[in-house]
Design a binder for this molecule. Structure first.
Ligand SMILES: Cc1cc2nc3c(=O)[nH]c(=O)nc-3n(C[C@H](O)[C@H](O)[C@H](O)COP(=O)(O)O)c2cc1C
Length: 405
């Protein structure tokens, strides 16, 4: 069972030029197994038609509060149905109405009656966005728990580059998924995640690396933010977009990662070591591109530092690692768990079909310091991240209570 399957999404669409992107957002929710009901403002219907959303898989679309079929006699019955209300795009107008308690159309009325998580993705002209009234409204809505995704700085419809551009649909989907975890067990906790491969430079154009896509680490950072943690993601080079509400610290080599870890780990509670850090780097960096010459060439390698051991006093309270082995998986994972004094190690075999490198799925066995062993089924990496964080939260809680005794 995945987190998003059968979730009920209320997708509010207001009248901005970004309204067409709400169609893509709807598709992402539908693809993830959610049921979506769309609530459009009349202005939104000037930009996209209700038929577009119906054709793309919305269960129903509401534009006019009066004269529509309802689940019950209640005009706000949809508010009781939804697990989350996502408003994308959110115009300056709807934000003002939400902050002011005005309920003069279907969307603003459902907002007032909806007591679940709300996520708004503002999109507007930069002058509108910077207007003190809009800023005050956003501040107020944040203070009562409304979540915001964006806006981003980028090309606006007016072709200038400024703040006000709606976050792209995958970013809004990710922010909604974080809210749908529905757990806050890491609120006030600091979490550091390492992800991706490292690139060990040989000369200005060549490097040694590995096939790590970074997906597992990004999923952990994403889910940890959903659990309420303050997350720093230290990532080697990947093609992925950093998850919402995460501090992003990009690095290249193992030595860079070591420096970043030292910087971010002090006073942190949990460290997830999901990066595939190169064990060795070229012993000599050539300032100029190495020329093709002899039939064969010898490449001397030097061992990279052990990132965890070099943390010293900055080592977080709980450390979770990954062991990726192609043979003797579990015995090697246990060896690594003990050697590095980790609390949990997730053992995974990248050669298994449909999991591991680059895949959206993974299948791991969690091995705990105390000897507990938990074999998990194959699942989506985000769902696996949620599962691992559930286990880690328990360890962190026990760690705190042991100290108090
Ligand atoms: C072409 C066009 C584009 C617009 N784009 C935006 C926009 O991106 N953001 C915004 O806040 N308002 C935008 N507006 C203004 C809103 O449509 C207007 O404030 C409207 O009253 C919003 O109604 P609603 O919030 O009920 O959807 C635009 C208007 C036009 C004519």
């Amino acid at each position: 069972m995945t987190l998003m399957k059968d979730k009920k999404i209320l997708l509010g669409v207001s009248g901005g030029i970004g309204a067409f992107k709400a169609c893509e957002l709807l598709r992402l929710f539908v693809k993830a197994g959610c049921t979506v009901r769309v609530i459009m403002t009349k202005s939104a219907a000037e930009f996209v038609t209700p038929l577009s959303f119906q054709s793309l898989g919305a269960e129903s679309v509401s534009v006019d509060m009066f004269g529509e079929k309802r689940d019950t006699l209640e005009h706000v019955s949809w508010a009781d149905w939804g697990d989350i209300l996502v408003i994308a795009p959110a115009t300056a107008n709807i934000i003002g109405k939400m902050a002011g308690g005005i309920a003069d159309d279907a969307l603003s009325t459902q907002f007032l009656a909806f007591y679940g998580p709300v996520l708004a993705a503002p999109a507007m002209n930069v002058k509108m966005f910077n207007n003190p009234t809009v800023q005050r409204n956003i501040r107020y809505l944040k203070s009562i728990g409304v979540n915001f995704a964006g806006p981003e700085t980028g090309h606006l419809a007016s072709l200038i580059t400024a703040a006000g551009r709606m976050t792209e649909p995958p970013g809004i989907f990710a922010a909604a998924r974080q809210r749908l975890i529905g757990k806050n067990t890491l609120a006030g906790k600091k979490v550091v995640v390492t992800a991706g491969p490292t690139k060990e430079p040989l000369d200005p154009v060549r490097y040694l690396s590995n096939h790590s896509s970074g997906k597992m680490g990004y999923a952990l950072a994403d889910a940890a933010a959903g659990f309420g943690a303050e997350v720093t993601l230290i990532s080697g080079p990947t093609d992925l977009t950093p998850p919402p509400s995460v501090t992003f610290a990009p690095v290249q080599s193992a030595v860079d990662m070591q420096k970043a870890l030292k910087r971010y780990c002090s006073k942190s509670d949990i460290l997830f070591m999901a990066a595939a850090v190169a064990d060795y780097r070229p012993a000599n960096y050539h300032k100029q591109k190495i020329k093709r010459s002899d039939e064969s060439m010898k490449l001397e390698l030097k061992q990279n530092p052990d990132l965890l051991k070099s943390l010293g006093d900055s080592r977080p309270k709980i450390v979770v690692g990954f062991a990726l082995e192609t043979e003797n998986l579990e015995s090697r994972a246990v060896e690594k768990l003990r050697d590095k004094k980790m609390d949990i190690i997730a053992a995974n075999d990248p050669t298994k079909e449909g999991v591991g490198f680059g895949s959206d799925f993974n299948q791991v066995t969690l091995l705990f310091k105390g000897g507990k062993r938990l074999k998990l089924e194959k699942m989506d990496k985000f769902d696996l991240a949620v599962r691992i964080i559930d286990e880690t939260s328990i360890l962190l809680e026990n760690h705190g209570s042991k100290r108090k005794k």
